[in-house]
Ligand binder design. Structure first.
Ligand SMILES: Nc1ncnc2c1ncn2[C@@H]1O[C@H](COP(=O)(O)OP(=O)(O)O)[C@@H](O)[C@H]1O
Ligand SMILES: [Mg+2]
Length: 279
């Protein structure tokens, strides 16, 4: 399973180069974060990975071979790499949840019994079972996003590309999305997440690429990349709060909010009991 780009450069018809000489290996981690400010080229890179756009220079390779751009090759590719767009309305075509999710599977001629069981699993995975029979037009933005993810999950592809999965969600919806992503990751799927939501990326990813104006600014383990304040500043980003607690206040570097609070609570309690004993 290997997805890579090699000296990839890309420009839209308008002429301006949007991606510059990108050599990336999406096998460096199980959950890769593609991090960068608005307009730095994250979505454009995803389009290149899926063959929706074609680089003018360099290439995208899947399983070590350069992408083919004929219909058949792209059809095969998209069974192995599924993308969830930032805007679910770009992805949802049917008026009801189940038909929309079933669409790509029916297209592949998969047995209806298998389709139904995959849909049940995918809807459970994104906590969408309760609104599976609601018309899509009555769903909230967050619910639509979950339907779009379910539509990608049923493909059982090797890679899942999530473009700004938390954009437009309220705090509760955002936390719910993090839980869903963690669940997908726990199943062993490879995931690439594009976002400028630094706390999300820090918590979920294990390898990062940081883009600035379409150029690669930094890469590495999330714990290393996020300690480089100067670089983050150049990329128009800041440190995740858990990293700030470490660099500014000397706390151990925790990976998740849950880890931070449970450990800190425990040490506070033991401190109190020591104080009580001393009295
Ligand atoms: N269809 C398009 N035609 C021309 N320029 C585009 C198009 N889509 C995006 N761009 C430009 O490409 C750059 C990168 O955009 P995008 O990939 O959407 O960034 P991001 O996803 O990181 O916010 C921006 O300057 C944007 O204006
Ligand atoms: Mg984008």
């Amino acid at each position: 399973m290997s997805l890579t780009t090699h000296s990839l450069s890309f420009a839209y018809q308008t002429g301006q180069t949007v991606l510059h000489d990108l050599t990336l290996d999406f096998g460096r981690g199980q959950v890769i974060g593609l991090l960068g400010a608005n307009g730095c080229g994250k979505s454009t890179l995803f389009m290149n990975l899926l063959g929706i756009q074609k680089p003018q220079q360099g290439k995208v390779c899947w399983q070590g071979a350069a992408l083919g751009y004929d219909k058949r090759s792209l059809h095969m590719l998209r069974q192995q790499i599924a993308m969830v767009f930032q805007d679910p309305d770009q992805q949802i075509f049917y008026t009801d949840v189940v038909s929309d999710i079933a669409f790509s599977l029916r297209n592949l001629g998969i047995d209806e019994v298998i389709i139904q069981s995959r849909i049940d699993q995918a809807l459970a995975m994104v906590d969408a079972t309760s609104f599976r029979d609601k018309p899509i037009q009555y769903l909230s933005h967050g619910q639509k996003k979950r339907v779009a993810i379910a539509g990608a999950l049923v493909m059982e592809s090797e890679y899942l590309l999530l473009d700004e999965p938390t954009a437009g969600l309220d705090p509760r919806g955002r936390q719910h999305m993090i839980d869903i992503i963690s669940r997908i990751v726990a199943q062993g799927k490879r995931v690439v997440i594009s976002s400028h939501d630094i706390d999300l990326i820090y918590e979920v990813c294990d390898y990062l690429y940081v883009l600035s104006h379409g150029r690669l600014l930094a890469e590495g383990k999330e714990t290393d990349v996020f300690q480089n304040k100067t670089m983050l500043d150049e990329a128009g980003l800041t440190q995740p709060w858990l990293v700030k607690m470490h660099t500014e206040l000397g706390y151990p570097l925790y990976k998740t909010e849950h880890e931070f609070f449970t450990t800190q609570r425990r040490s506070l309690l033991s401190q109190k009991s020591i104080e009580r004993e001393a009295v």
